[in-house]
Design a protein around this ligand. Structure first.
Ligand SMILES: C[S@@+](CC[C@H](N)C(=O)[O-])C[C@H]1O[C@@H](n2cnc3c(N)ncnc32)[C@H](O)[C@@H]1O
Length: 339
């Protein structure tokens, strides 16, 4: 039997699990209802509720809970945003963070609640209605500024001339690279026609349309774009392909490289160990992997060594990697035929 101290410790762990479950919906409510924005200025929940036309007992209880979790600070009867909540509103990544909270509450919550049935073999739902696809693209932009910085650290990516972006989403990477490299040409391939349309708009906004083309199609089966490329990107879409298909996708990409070309895969990876655990990244990567697997048209995250092996099997003589997040939960893994 557990000692009285052990029981207290275990009960504390249970309480922490319940708290963790509640925080994401509470933060989302705060963002959606303008409570967070209003609490930039310290104020009493009752007055705040009246001003926003909300139920005052619920606003007070909401504030107490987020105070208990460190998201609000309190002086007397007034509450205000604590640092992490302020960051959620003002960070350059604020839109991606808000999209992440929406996804966690609306999609992940019900999917996790269905785990007992899914584990017993119930049919997994399809991922990819329009709203989900757009939200996922918004979430992935969390990594974009860091990824664009990390990209230049990959040997051979210093000055690309012909860029192919496979599964280009809304075209942000292509637009950024074509803006930076004024003599480069770019092709994006995108499965979803609505998302491809958004990519065309993004390229027009960046004023690079004359040097870019967006093709709609499935990269694995459609006619490949003409010519050879010195930089081929696969950003956050390897999980759309089954482990068995991944080598075929990478081989197709490899076969479109010119002699100095490089294929670069950006992905979250399954990682374990002290550093990822200390940095708080092991849990989110494992959760993302689980969330992907609850859909019948998505697949789990690759492990790093699997990715290197797949690139080699696809024909790359040389592979390497560059971390995007400290600890490498998100990283670039690249392959080339060597200089
Ligand atoms: C999570 S989004 C990432 C978008 C973009 N690469 C980024 O990182 O911002 C993945 C994209 O890959 C596209 N995609 C998935 N499978 C594809 C395929 N077989 N061929 C072309 N695009 C594909 C999806 O439609 C989606 O827009």
């Amino acid at each position: 039997m557990a000692s009285i101290f052990e029981s207290a410790r275990h009960a504390r762990a249970l309480a922490a699990a319940v708290d963790a479950f509640a925080v994401a919906p509470l933060l989302r409510a705060g963002l959606r209802l303008g409570l967070a924005d209003a609490l930039r200025t310290p104020q009493e929940p009752q007055a705040l509720a009246e001003r926003l036309g909300l139920e005052s007992d619920l606003v007070l209880a909401w504030a107490r809970m987020l105070h208990a979790q460190g998201w609000l600070s309190r002086r007397g009867e007034t509450y205000e945003l604590a640092g992490p909540f302020q960051w959620l509103l003002d960070a350059p990544e604020a839109a991606s963070a808000a999209a992440l909270l929406e996804q966690v509450v609306d999609t992940l919550g019900p999917q996790l609640a269905a785990l007992p049935e899914l584990m017993k073999g119930a049919e997994r739902p399809l991922f990819g209605d329009r709203e989900q696809a757009l939200r996922m693209a918004a979430i992935m932009r969390l990594f974009e500024p860091r990824a664009l910085r990390a990209l230049t650290k990959i040997p051979g990516v210093r000055h690309p001339r012909r860029i192919l972006d496979i599964g280009c989403g809304q075209g942000h990477y292509l637009a950024d690279l074509l803006t930076r490299f004024r003599d480069a040409l770019g092709v994006g391939i995108e499965l979803d026609p609505h998302v491809a349309e958004a990519a065309r708009r993004r390229l027009a906004e960046a004023d690079v349309t004359r040097r870019a083309e967006i093709r709609v199609g499935d990269f694995l089966h459609a006619e490949p774009p003409p010519g050879r490329f010195d930089l081929i990107l696969l950003n956050h879409n390897l999980h759309y392909f089954s482990p068995a298909q991944r080598v075929a996708v990478l081989r197709r990409a490899h076969d479109l490289l010119d002699e100095r070309g490089i294929v670069v895969v950006q992905t979250l990876v399954r990682i374990e160990g002290l550093l990822p655990s200390l940095l708080g990244l092991q849990g989110p990567a494992a959760l993302f992997d689980l969330a992907l697997r609850t859909h019948r048209n998505l697949y789990g995250l690759p492990a790093v060594d699997e990715l290197h092996a797949a690139l080699r099997e696809a024909g790359c003589a040389q592979t390497g990697e560059v971390p995007i997040l400290a600890g490498g939960a998100v990283r670039f893994v690249w392959g080339s035929d060597g200089a």
